[in-house]
Ligand binder design. Structure first.
Ligand code: SF4
Ligand code: SF4
Length: 390
């Protein structure tokens, strides 16, 4: 089935049937596959500490076998990431084509430095649906500081223009940090003027090199202010905003705030990767992360290896890994998340809980419960989860 028809089918299933993509529990609907750890940047907050390729990255045959198995498990979307996936361009192009033939929607996260007009066309022709690229500040020096290389701002802006020029959809990923979050109005205006119609605002999760810059994570007050501002900004723009990096309930919170405030944008918030299934953190529930060497993790932000596809089949890992099975049982959560009325529909960010406490079942210290209560969002109102993958 072509990607367009597939998208249509997914959207109809969501809007008319009000159910998950397959309506089945524990289906890995979305997989994030880091095709290489090699990167042409060393960003200061990189959660996979990318730099050099792993010595034992999967070859094409192994990767295709993994994708075939994802397909038989019910995977609907694969997000290719890295490192920088375009460092293995031919590899990734062949995998995108393979997914497209199987009817799997594909997205790719790239820093844009290798995005030439020819490459953008090749990606589009292979069937890539959307490419995510980062802009972390409208002040070029600040963006370049975060990306750890002068000149990257200009190159990424050019890459965004290159993709938009051929109507290849772009989602800009953008870090909200303590010292740059007030810049968000200017930043989103800049992106809008570029022609970008979706921005994914990232919060910092203390994983990989992200641990070294946690002093610059937003305060809780800033985070709540940002969510309120994004929601109000949504009222008068055609752009769509999401929040990622451990904020899985943002789409639902924003939608409910709109409903309560009598403002618009509910429809704008329903995007293709947001699925009716009130589970909040989908790590191990409807999502997993595949590493370049075949290691499987519940989420790219939760560095707990649950198996390797060279040693076991993906199906065995997905069905039997104890950590994955525990993540599917919210009554096993501890601390504030364990006793919370939003436990089933939110569950907290398991990656952040693990990073901050050493126990993936413990309290997520970044909790939006107070905001949800203030906004009158009942636990049963939460019906869908966001695309918060790295
Ligand atoms: S305590 Fe907070 S983070 Fe944990 S489940 Fe409840 S609302 Fe979610
Ligand atoms: S652990 Fe859960 S909430 Fe955190 S980033 Fe992963 S999927 Fe999102």
């Amino acid at each position: 089935m072509g990607t367009f028809l597939k998208m249509l089918e997914l959207q109809l299933r969501q809007s008319l049937l009000g159910q998950g993509l397959k309506g089945e529990p524990n289906t890995p609907l979305i997989v994030s596959y880091a095709v290489t750890r090699a990167c042409n940047l060393t960003c200061i907050h990189c959660h996979v500490s990318a730099r050099q390729a792993m010595p034992d990255e999967l070859n094409l045959k192994e990767a295709k076998m993994a994708i075939e198995e994802m397909h038989s498990l019910g995977t609907e979307a694969v997000i290719f990431s890295g490192g920088e996936p375009l460092i293995r361009k031919d590899f990734v192009l062949q995998l995108i084509e393979y997914c497209t033939d199987l009817g799997i929607i594909t997205a790719m996260l790239s820093n844009g430095l290798l995005m030439t007009p020819h490459t953008a066309l090749q990606l589009q022709e292979a069937g890539l649906k959307v490419v995510g690229m980062p802009i972390d500040s409208v002040v070029p020096e600040k963006h370049d500081y975060i990306r750890n290389l002068p000149g990257t701002f200009e190159k990424t802006v050019q890459a965004i223009k290159t993709c938009l020029a051929i109507d290849l959809e772009v989602v800009v990923t953008t870090m909200a940090l303590k010292d740059t979050y007030t810049e968000m109005p200017k930043r989103l205006e800049f992106l809008y003027d570029l022609g970008v119609d979706e921005a994914a605002v990232y919060d910092l999760v203390p994983v990989g090199r992200g641990k070294d810059v946690m002093d610059n994570a937003m305060t809780m007050e800033q985070r709540v202010n940002l969510i309120r501002w994004l929601q109000s900004r949504q009222e008068d723009t055609e752009m769509t905003f999401t929040m990622s990096g451990g904020t899985p309930l943002y789409p639902e919170i924003a939608s409910e705030m709109h409903r309560n405030h009598g403002t618009k944008a509910k429809d704008l918030l329903i995007k293709e990767f947001w699925i009716h299934k009130g589970i909040g953190c989908h790590a191990g529930n409807m999502y997993f992360s595949l590493r370049p060497n075949g290691d499987v993790y519940p989420c790219t932000f939760l560095p707990l290896k649950v198996g390797n596809i060279r040693e076991q089949s993906l199906t065995q890992i997905w069905r039997n890994a104890p950590v994955l099975n525990t993540l599917r049982q919210r009554h096993t959560l501890k601390g504030n998340c364990g006793s919370c009325e939003y436990r089933e529909s939110c569950g907290g960010c398991r990656g952040r809980a693990y990073a901050c406490t050493g126990d993936y079942l413990e309290t997520d210290p970044v909790c939006l419960r107070d905001l949800m209560r203030q906004e009158g969002i009942a636990p049963t109102d939460v019906k869908r989860f966001g695309w918060c993958v790295g």
